[in-house]
Design a protein around this ligand. Structure first.
Ligand SMILES: [Zn+2]
Ligand SMILES: [Zn+2]
Length: 439
């Protein structure tokens, strides 16, 4: 339970940790690791959690679709009877060459698919992790203010790797108790540091990545009559796909289908025998998502049929990645936003709008069996944010080589918000209505 005494204690403890957390953030920022290779990042988190008295399990994660090692970290702090609350941060960075010019900018290079790439924490996961470490330290020192079991997760492979699923496949919910509620934050350049934003219900959309291979019959470029041209079929398919969201999906249901990649052929005078397309599909409703995938299959098959492609060379439609939507449990979200308003002030807790971007945190909710809540953590320099609002020129967003959070106020807010949310769910003698122990 939050009261003036522990609010004051929380503030004091966070201020005491802030210098060290900013150093930790800068160290993480300067040493990013790609998805599946988060070895040092995971080790740093594990070390810090052990020092704070958490039971730590390392190396958690069994990937289904690639050869990555699981670098997931689970921290457990049992503090008497009460609910189990999980807080998750992600560990991985992106193959982007940092161009912020910051003194602690990344100069790291790594191998990816046999090529050297630059690596950058361009999605703010370093901020998430430093915030988790701060929350771990503060909650370990505020044990008289809460009861129950705290589970902290350092999740690898968020950026398209299926890291949440890999940890669950590896028995994360057997290695630690299954939580009664799960929380996470994500940094954003759309809010100034010092503020957060949250919304009950839809928060981030589901993501389904689909690979379509359109097969044809190759021939000399001068003899189309001997070919079944997959380039023409792929072009027809790209246009046909545009009608799924506009003509088939209920206009009141949000959905996006993007063809992000199309590759086929090697020369102007050769008709190739296949073209490969990569699609991303985003929706909130699972039936809408399934309907879009079925339409992609139907349209691809129909275009091949109309072109006279033999049945054995029908297009192949394969699902590559599928994340559930992030649906913020309304009761849990109300508790969390009330707690954050108490600590930050109600004017610093904004109402978020649902977005069609995606995040694999939703896996931790096991198809909504476990209430989850995710919130945006403002990370933009407040002065730059104000100027950007005035000029209309947006600040560099997530996944930009210029993305540059302002760490100190963002961490101060991230740790206080997270700890307040946890205390509101695990406060001594008081259990949130939606978070009953043992359910
Ligand atoms: Zn990202
Ligand atoms: Zn991210």
């Amino acid at each position: 339970m939050l009261n003036p005494q522990n609010l004051e204690q929380l503030d004091r403890l966070v201020r005491g940790e802030l210098g060290s957390l900013v150093d930790c953030y800068k160290k993480l920022h300067a040493n990013p690791e790609l998805s599946g290779h988060e070895e040092q990042t995971a080790a740093l988190l594990a070390r810090d959690l052990r020092v704070c008295g958490y039971q730590v399990t390392e190396g958690v994660g069994k990937y289904l679709k690639n050869q990555w090692r699981g670098h997931g970290v689970l921290g457990l702090l049992v503090n008497g009877p009460g609910p189990t609350v999980l807080v998750r941060a992600d560990l991985d960075a992106l193959p982007i060459e940092e161009q912020t010019g910051l003194p602690y900018a990344s100069r790291v290079k790594a191998q990816r698919d046999g090529q050297e790439v630059a690596v950058m924490h361009a999605c703010g996961h370093d901020l998430h992790l430093a915030s988790l470490i701060g929350s771990a330290r503060v909650l370990a020192r505020m044990k008289e203010n809460w009861q129950g079991t705290l589970v902290l997760v350092g999740q690898p492979g968020e950026e398209g790797g299926g890291g949440a699923q890999a940890m669950l496949n590896d028995g994360a919910y057997r290695l630690v108790p299954r939580p009664d509620a799960a929380l996470a934050l994500h940094a954003t350049a759309q809010l100034p540091a010092g503020e957060v934003a949250c919304a009950a219900g839809n928060f981030m959309a589901s993501l389904t990545e689909v690979e379509v291979t359109v097969y044809g019959v190759g021939a000399h470029g001068s003899a189309p009559e001997r070919a079944k041209d997959p380039v023409v079929m792929a072009a027809q398919l790209v246009l046909a796909l545009q009608t799924i969201v506009s003509r088939e999906v209920n206009p009141l249901e949000p959905a996006v289908l993007t063809v992000g990649s199309i590759h086929g052929g090697t020369a102007s005078n050769i008709i190739p025998d296949q073209v490969r397309l990569l699609l991303s599909i985003r929706a909130y409703d699972d039936a809408v998502r399934d309907g879009i995938v079925a339409s992609v299959e139907r349209m691809a098959a129909g275009i091949a049929l109309a072109a006279g492609v033999p049945a054995e060379r029908s297009p192949n439609v394969a699902l590559r990645v599928a994340h559930p939507a992030n649906y913020n449990d309304p009761q849990l979200t109300r508790r969390v936003t009330e707690a954050m308003s108490l600590v930050l002030g109600a004017d610093r807790v904004q109402q978020a709008q649902p977005v069609m971007a995606s995040e694999d945190f939703g896996f931790w909710g096991l198809n909504r069996e476990i209430p989850t809540c995710m919130f945006w953590l403002g990370a933009a320099d407040p002065d730059l944010f104000r100027k950007s609002q005035e000029s209309g020129v947006p600040l560099p967003s997530l996944h930009s080589p210029f993305y540059a959070p302002l760490p100190e106020p963002a961490l101060y807010t991230g740790v206080r918000s997270t700890v307040a949310a946890v205390l509101s769910l695990m406060g001594q003698g008081r259990v949130a209505p939606s978070v009953e122990p043992g359910t």
